[in-house]
Write a protein that binds this ligand. Structure first.
Ligand code: IPM
Ligand code: MN
Length: 373
């Protein structure tokens, strides 16, 4: 198969983690006879520096006509610490989400037994944790009218949702909960005891629920949900929620896996689908070859599944699980014994190419030597 991928490296650690994914995609292409071509485009602080615009038109055009978008990360401290900045890197990502109508952000959360010791939770609470967050991505407080008075002493962000906006993601989440591998449970996370938008979400989901009779639906306030994710994460299967709540609880949920650096996501819309790790640009680590590439590599695996390359994706997942189980992990996971971003990428690539010798010599990996010799 031939696939054309728009690659947006973005800011901070975006380029170095995405580079590992490209390595993996190329290895998969070689092994399975696919041809992946890449169209590199700008977005974020780097795009502002080079063009003055956080999302140049060329990036949107490329994304619209490609088979998928692979994105790294966005954000730069020079904008974070300047609340008066009119042009901000994040505007690029928000505009891209709107332009591609990426209304559903899908964030799977699983745990790896080899990393259970990293979790703040007891191991018995971790085994079998497997849920997927469906976060609405093009509405709510992120996109509502923003105001600040002339004196700059009062500001507001409007949170608004329409019934069709809720329906389209709710249908996706119900369908996903009905997949053979899922446990047929959907939890709507909202704040319906306080917010009008949340009451609308609840009504729309209640109205849709009878069309999915085999899915058990429950409703949870977001404050309780953020506690339940820690207290009893196994109870969740598919979690459906609005934009801002989804942003917050998905970072929280990543702690269950062991690190924010491990979590991938896909953003589904009416056209091209986008794949990105859920972590940010981690500017302190940029260029140091210490960032965790797994969130990006698993996003590439989700991309392969999107292309219906399921065997290929399964091999990537197996390779990732192998590195984690062998202790070939980055600094965020093990602060003492850790490996560089590119070494982890190379190991995963070598695994895919079946080049890992049975008696792999950790010493030579540590020295940054090829694993084959
Ligand atoms: C995410 C990020 C973005 C968001 C930022 C960078 C705008 O945190 O993808 O979760 O808030 O959606
Ligand atoms: Mn976020």
């Amino acid at each position: 198969m031939k696939k054309n991928i728009t690659v947006i490296l973005g800011d901070g650690i975006g380029p170095e983690v995405t580079e590992q994914s490209i390595k993996i995609l190329n290895a998969v292409g070689e092994q399975f006879g696919h041809e992946f071509t890449y169209d590199y485009q700008l977005m974020g602080a780097i795009a502002i520096d080079k063009t003055g615009n956080p999302l140049p038109d060329a990036t949107i055009e490329s994304a619209l006509k490609s088979d998928a978008v692979l994105f790294g990360a966005i954000g730069d401290p020079k904008y974070d610490n300047d609340p008066t900045a009119k042009v901000r890197p994040e505007q690029g990502l928000l505009k891209l989400r709107k332009s591609l109508q990426l209304f559903a952000n899908i964030r799977p959360v699983i745990t790896y037994p080899a990393l259970n010791h990293l979790s703040p939770l007891k191991p018995e609470k971790m085994d079998g944790v497997d849920f997927v967050i469906f976060r609405e991505l093009t509405g709510g407080i992120y996109f509502g009218e923003k105001k600040i008075n002339e004196e700059k002493t009062e500001a507001s962000d409007l949170c608004s949702y329409t019934q069709p906006e809720i329906e389209r993601i709710a249908h996706l989440a119900f369908q996903y909960a009905g997949r053979p591998e899922r446990r047929k449970k959907l939890t709507l996370v909202d704040k319906a005891n306080v917010l009008e938008t949340s009451r609308l979400w609840r009504k729309v989901v209640q109205d849709i629920a009878p069309s999915y009779p085999d899915i058990k639906v429950d409703y949870m306030f977001v404050d309780n949900a953020s506690m339940q994710i820690i207290v009893n994460p196994k109870q969740f299967d598919v979690v459906l929620t609005e934009n801002m709540f989804g942003d917050i609880i998905s970072d929280e949920a990543s702690v269950l896996s062991g690190s924010l650096g491990l979590l991938p996501s896909s953003s589904v819309g009416t056209g091209t689908t986008l794949f990105e790790p859920i972590h940010g640009s981690y500017p302190q680590a940029a260029g140091k070859d210490i960032a965790n590439p797994i969130g990006s590599i698993l996003s590439a695996a989700m991309m392969l599944e999107h292309f219906n390359m399921n065997e290929e994706a399964a091999l990537v997942r197996k390779a990732v699980a192998w590195t984690l189980s062998q202790g070939f992990v980055s600094q965020d996971i093990d602060s003492v014994n850790n490996y560089g971003t590119s070494v982890i990428g190379d190991l995963i690539k070598d695994f895919i190419e079946q080049k890992i010798p049975a008696d792999i010599n950790k010493k030579s990996v540590e020295l940054g030597k090829s694993t084959i010799i």
